[in-house]
Design a protein around this ligand. Structure first.
Ligand code: ADP
Ligand code: MG
Length: 292
């Protein structure tokens, strides 16, 4: 492989908004057989909107949404923003929260009017000993629609199910079809629950979905694919994705994503268009063909 040809390839990538950190990465990209995408913010827009507030056990719907929104004031998660916006649109004023705590991969908790309030996934409720009872069926129905459904509890009792939905990026489906045409296996990696993730995966034609992954375990999931002999690219945008980007054979960061992701990525997609993943791989293959 001549360094000159590689540098031409890197230059061509740059012109197309695909920043490749060196000829070695361009060279390696032709060997990829697996591309792993983060879900939120990478395949979806990452701007979820509130869709459902189902009050449970005689709880008032407005009061439930107020409790949920009050907790989310302290969170920076995209889910928090969706709930806050939804509450604001209904003219709901958040209440004061004491002892706020954010539990990565689980949700949020705090004290409101002297009661412990929890908002998050099933894992959070299990951890805090809140029984789901007949909320289970509703939860599964929302998740089968591809919605992220969260549980709200007050004083150890379930008060509501709060669901939000994100929009798929228009380019995502096209990118995935093109990758599969190139013979590449497409995987989705997410902290969201399996049912929601699989509904979204089906809509996008994704081969394999790895769900319920704690932020700290995303890199481990990449290592497991590598241990199975795969040459893996990880595509992500978030702060949580940086360790997985660093672990992958090639980390690909979305340009509109977090600074940490961009610092870690071997390739940066300046236009934030996931179709450029395929363009990058094709560029690598074409470059290596001309060299041989
Ligand atoms: P992602 O892969 O979307 O970044 P995270 O690991 O951040 O997922 O979160 C996993 C799950 O934990 C979410 O789908 C949600 O159920 C719950 N969760 C995390 N943060 C919050 C929050 N601020 N409010 C409610 N639920 C949350
Ligand atoms: Mg993300």
């Amino acid at each position: 492989a001549t360094p000159a040809a590689l540098m031409v390839g890197v230059g061509r990538g740059a012109q197309a908004g695909i920043l490749i950190r060196g000829g070695e990465i361009l060279e390696k990209a032709q060997k990829l057989d697996t591309v792993v995408f983060d879900k939120t913010g990478t395949l979806t827009r990452g701007e979820p909107a509130l869709t459902d507030v189902l009050a449970l056990g005689g709880f008032d719907r407005g009061q439930a949404l107020r409790l949920a929104a009050s907790l989310e004031v302290g969170s920076e998660h995209p889910l928090a923003e969706a709930i806050l916006r939804g509450a604001r649109e209904e003219g709901i004023e958040p209440a004061r929260v004491q002892g706020f705590d954010s539990i990565p991969g689980h949700g949020v908790r705090g004290e409101i009017d002297g009661h412990t309030v929890l908002l998050g996934n099933r894992r959070l409720m299990e951890r805090e000993g809140v029984a789901l009872g007949d909320a289970e069926a509703e939860l599964e129905r929302l998740q089968a629609d591809g919605k992220t459904a969260m549980l709200l509890a007050e004083g150890g009792r379930l008060a509501a199910i709060v669901a939000v939905a994100d929009t798929l990026k228009r380019e995502a489906l096209e990118a995935i079809i093109a990758l599969r045409t190139e013979g590449i296996e497409v995987v989705m990696l997410t902290g969201d629950n399996a049912r929601t993730a699989e509904a979204i995966g089906r809509a996008l034609g994704i081969d394999r979905v790895i769900a319920d992954v704690l932020p700290a375990d995303k890199a481990k999931a990449i290592k497991e694919l590598q241990a199975a002999g795969k040459v893996v690219a990880m595509v992500g945008d978030g702060v949580n994705d940086a360790p997985a980007l660093a672990t992958a054979d090639i980390g690909i960061a979305i340009g509109s994503g977090s600074d940490v992701a961009k610092e870690t990525g071997g390739i940066i997609l300046v236009r934030s268009d996931v179709r450029d993943v395929v363009t990058g791989i094709r560029l690598s293959r074409a470059t290596m063909r001309t060299i041989k």
